[in-house]
Write a protein that binds this ligand. Structure first.
Ligand code: ADP
Ligand code: MG
Length: 391
C-alpha cells in the first residue's frame, strides 16, 4: 500500500481541507465520547506547526441532503477547542486559522459523489487531506470526487490506521491468527472467506461457532445458530483446508437453559451438547487451547466476541482471550488489531483496550477492509500517490 501523508508534501502556509469523522455520539448537545476528536489532535498539531490554515469537513448523522437544524455541526467548535487547544471558527464566513464547515450531508451532492459539490468544497483550499478512515468505504464528494480536484494526501490518523491494518493482514508477520466471533455467519461470510485465504489459524467463537459445529453434524441443542447457513459453513471449512488454514473450534462451551445475568450454567463438550441447553460462551478447555496457539503467533486480528459478553459471567471467554492477547502485545510478542462495534465494547469491558496494538473504531470501513474489499477513499489516496510519483 502506497500513499502520501501531510508530512510528505509541503503544507506550509497552505490552506488544507481536512476530511475528518466528527460524527460523534451526543446527548442533550453534549459530546458523550470524544475519541474521534482526540485522535485527530496529531494531525491538527502538525498542520498548525506548519502554519497551515485548516478547514475541517465532516458529516453528522443522516440529514439526507436537507438542512435540518438538529443535524447542524454548529454546537461542536467549543468541544474541538477544548481538545485541540486552538480557537475553532464555524462556517464559511469564519476567518480563524481552524474552521469547521457545516454538515456535509446538508448538501445532497455529498452522498452522490457529485463533482459540482466537490468543486464547491475544493474552492476553499489548496490541498485535500483525508483523515477519516471510517468514511473511506463510501465514495462521497468529500472522500472521492474531491480527490480528482486537489493534491490528495492522508492525515496522520488515517496513516496510522492504514499502517496497522496493513501490518495485520496484507503483510503480516506469521503465524497469523484471526479470531472471528459474534452472532451470525450470514453477516460475516465475506470476512470468513477472505480470512481463510490469508491467515494460519481461524479461531471461531460466539454463536457463529455453533453454526460451524452444526455443519459438522453436531446437535447444538437450543443454541443460537443459522440452519440456512450450513452449506456456507461447510464451504468455508473446505476452503480453509485448501488454503492450509487451521480452523479452531470450541472444545467446550458454557451452557444455560435460560440466558440471564448469573444464570445457572454448566460446561459441556461441544461435540456432546445437551439438547435442552444453549451454548453462550466458550469453556476453559477452549480458552486454554486458543491461548496455547496464541503464544506461537506473531499477529492477531480480532472481530466478534467469543460469547454473550453483555451478560455476566458469560463475558469470561472473551475476557480471558482478550487478556492473553493484551499480555502478549505488551511483552512485544505479537501485533494485535481489533475492530467492530461490539468487539470494541467487549474489549473495553475486559479492560484491554489500551493494550492492543491498534483498535479500529471504523465500524463499516473496518469490516469491508477485512472482507478484502477495495475502499474508494483509500484507493483515491493510492491513486494520488502514484500520480504524484509519475509527475
Ligand atoms: P461486532 O459488532 O464486533 O462485529 P457482532 O455484532 O458480530 O460483533 O457480534 C456481537 C454479538 O454476538 C453480541 O451481541 C453477542 O451477545 C452475540 N453473541 C456472541 N456469542 C453468542 C452466542 N453464543 N449466542 C448468542 N449470541 C452471541
Ligand atoms: Mg455488532
Amino acid at each position: 500500500m502506497t500513499f502520501q501523508t501531510i508530512k510528505d508534501i509541503d503544507v506550509k502556509n497552505k490552506t488544507v481541507l481536512l476530511r475528518a469523522d466528527l460524527n460523534v455520539p451526543t446527548q442533550d448537545g453534549q459530546v458523550t465520547d470524544t475519541t474521534r476528536i482526540d485522535r485527530l489532535k496529531p494531525t491538527i498539531d502538525y498542520l498548525l506547526s506548519q502554519n497551515s490554515k485548516i478547514i475541517v469537513l465532516s458529516h453528522f448523522g443522516r440529514p439526507k441532503g436537507q438542512e435540518k437544524p438538529e443535524f447542524s455541526l454548529s454546537f461542536l467548535p467549543p468541544f474541538l477547542e477544548k481538545k485541540w487547544s486552538v480557537k475553532v471558527g464555524f462556517g464559511q464566513e469564519s476567518s480563524e486559522q481552524v474552521t469547521l464547515l457545516e454538515n456535509l450531508r446538508f448538501n445532497p451532492g455529498e452522498e452522490k459523489n457529485n463533482t459540482a459539490f466537490a468543486e464547491e468544497l475544493a474552492k476553499h483550499g489548496d490541498i485535500y487531506v483525508n483523515d477519516a478512515f471510517s468514511c473511506a468505504h463510501r465514495a462521497h464528494a468529500s472522500t472521492e470526487a474531491i480527490t480528482h480536484l486537489l493534491p490528495t494526501v492522508a492525515g496522520l490518523l488515517m496513516a496510522s490506521e492504514l499502517n496497522a491494518l496493513n501490518d495485520a493482514l496484507e503483510s503480516p508477520q506469521k503465524p497469523v491468527m484471526a479470531i472471528v466471533g459474534g452472532s451470525k455467519i450470514s453477516t460475516k461470510l465475506s470476512v470468513l472467506n477472505n480470512m481463510v485465504t490469508k491467515v494460519d489459524y481461524l479461531t471461531l467463537g460466539g454463536a457463529m461457532a455453533n453454526t460451524f459445529l452444526a455443519a459438522q453434524g453436531h446437535d447444538m441443542g437450543s443454541s443460537l445458530y443459522e440452519p440456512d447457513m450450513l452449506d456456507e459453513a461447510q464451504d468455508i471449512l473446505k476452503s480453509a483446508k485448501a488454503n492450509n488454514c487451521n480452523i479452531v473450534l470450541p472444545i467446550d462451551c458454557i451452557a444455560v437453559e435460560k440466558l440471564e445475568e448469573n444464570a445457572p450454567h454448566s460446561t459441556e463438550f461441544a461435540l456432546q451438547f445437551p439438547s435442552d441447553k444453549s451454548a453462550i460462551d466458550i469453556g476453559e478447555q477452549s480458552i486454554a487451547h486458543i491461548n496455547s496457539i496464541l503464544k506461537t503467533c506473531k499477529t492477531v486480528l480480532w472481530n466478534g466476541p467469543m460469547g454473550v459478553f453483555e451478560i455476566k459471567p458469560f463475558d469470561n471467554g472473551t475476557n480471558q482471550i482478550a487478556k492473553q492477547v493484551a499480555a502478549l502485545t505488551k511483552s512485544g510478542n505479537i501485533l494485535s488489531v481489533a475492530g467492530g462495534g461490539d468487539t470494541v465494547a467487549a474489549l473495553d469491558n475486559a479492560g484491554c483496550i489500551k493494550d492492543f496494538s491498534y483498535i479500529s473504531t471504523a465500524g463499516g470501513a473496518f469490516l469491508e477492509w477485512i472482507e478484502g474489499k477495495e475502499l474508494p477513499g483509500v484507493k483515491a489516496l493510492e491513486k494520488a500517490a502514484s500520480k504524484s510519483k509519475a509527475a
